[in-house]
Design a binder for this molecule. Structure first.
Ligand SMILES: [Zn+2]
Length: 121
């Protein structure tokens, strides 16, 4: 009586199911030419890109824009006594940096662009 012993070799566990863990970092930050991160305070920049004046400190203009009024409108619906807060909060406004020499705009800070990140310094 022949009894054939089946050689059962276990197949190698091929873990070919690699889960892609690619973190997508496509955050749309404020467009700052030259990679300068503009803040809410006047900034010293090396050379003005418009008039090539060296040692320029920007002058800022902060004013309410559409998003500011949108925030006001939302707060008006949610909790109306604080609907004026965006109007006194720079974060909800737009800040423009202009050259003090040629009055050209060098960069700007979009509303709500710095509300979720910690301020440096
Ligand atoms: Zn300039």
């Amino acid at each position: 009586m022949d009894y054939q012993n089946v050689d059962s070799t276990a197949p190698p566990l091929a873990s070919a199911t690699a889960i892609p863990v690619g973190k997508v970092t496509t955050e749309g930050h404020s467009s700052s030419p030259g990679g300068i991160e503009f803040g809410r305070q006047p900034m010293f920049i090396g050379t003005c890109p418009h008039c090539q004046h060296s040692g320029v400190t920007t002058r800022i203009k902060t004013y309410p824009v559409f998003e500011t009024w949108l925030a006001c409108g939302l707060l008006l619906l949610v909790f109306w006594p604080v609907c004026w807060v965006p109007l006194v909060t720079d974060t909800c406004k737009k800040t423009e940096h202009v050259c003090t020499q040629c009055e050209e705009m060098i960069g700007d800070v979009s509303p709500l662009s710095d509300c979720c990140v910690k301020r440096m310094g």
